[in-house]
Design a protein around this ligand. Structure first.
Ligand code: 3PG
Length: 226
């Protein structure tokens, strides 16, 4: 990667990190029909959530990213479950502003850096954290956060690396009741989860339910950060 590419990629990462931190909650989405993308994202926005991780787990995912990025510029749209370099290219072309994955694939990390797509790899062990730091990724997805012991595990596992300024986005098993335990930690940039807009709720086009759960989640962020 050239010096200019590195500079641009870092600039972008900083800007996106700020947007993710300001929102505090990322709605993780699996969507079956791209026609639902706009009303779903609007419901989240009305409920105070402006960051979406749209997972590449359904055929409608890339079109949905494109629709949201074109129609709702106030939404920060990211691609989730990015497992290959080709998926990273497709996500970037569709308008994704960041990407995440459940795990850490150095090939995909390096590719995202080379195309200027901010990427948060998934980590669940100290070795994962060290590899992520070595690859230049200081924001990591902690996955699956609840199954590996939640905030206590995060605190213990990250202690040796805190002086390096790393940040985490815990995902996996989070919900309205436990999200606050993570958000109180200065190590946590934001939390995320699929409970806010479940796949079946999107398919049922229950936009009121999605807005209500977005509002409940964004209220926790406001309360804890006021
Ligand atoms: C994911 O990538 O699926 C996220 O980590 C969401 O996990 P959750 O469904 O437990 O919220």
């Amino acid at each position: 990667m050239s010096v200019i590419q590195t500079f641009l990629s870092n600039m972008l990462t900083l800007e996106i990190s700020e947007k993710i931190r300001d929102c505090g909650v990322i709605a993780v989405i699996a969507i079956d029909d791209a026609k639902d993308a706009l009303p779903m994202a609007s419901a989240l926005q009305k409920g105070g959530i402006s960051v979406i991780e749209l997972t590449l787990r359904t055929p409608a995912a890339i079109d949905s990213i494109q629709i949201i990025s074109e129609e709702l510029p106030a939404i920060t749209i990211g691609a989730g479950t990015v497992l290959t370099c080709d998926q990273a290219n497709q996500a970037l072309s569709a308008g994704a502003q960041f990407a995440v994955a459940p795990g850490l694939n150095p090939k995909v990390v390096r590719h995202c850096q080379s195309i200027g797509l901010p990427f948060a790899p998934g980590v669940m062990t100290p070795s994962d954290i060290e590899l992520s730091i070595e690859l230049g990724c200081k924001t990591m997805k902690l996955f699956p956060a609840e199954s590996i012991g939640g905030i206590n595990t995060l605190n213990t596992m990250s202690a040796p690396y805190r002086h390096l300024g790393i940040k985490f986005i815990p995902l996996g098993g989070l919900n309205q009741n436990n999200m606050g335990t993570y958000l109180q930690s200065p190590l946590v940039e934001a939390i995320g989860g699929s409970w806010i807009a479940k796949q079946e709720t999107i398919s049922a086009k229950d936009w009121n339910a999605i807005e209500a759960s977005a509002l409940a989640a964004s209220s926790v962020v406001k309360k804890l950060r006021k």
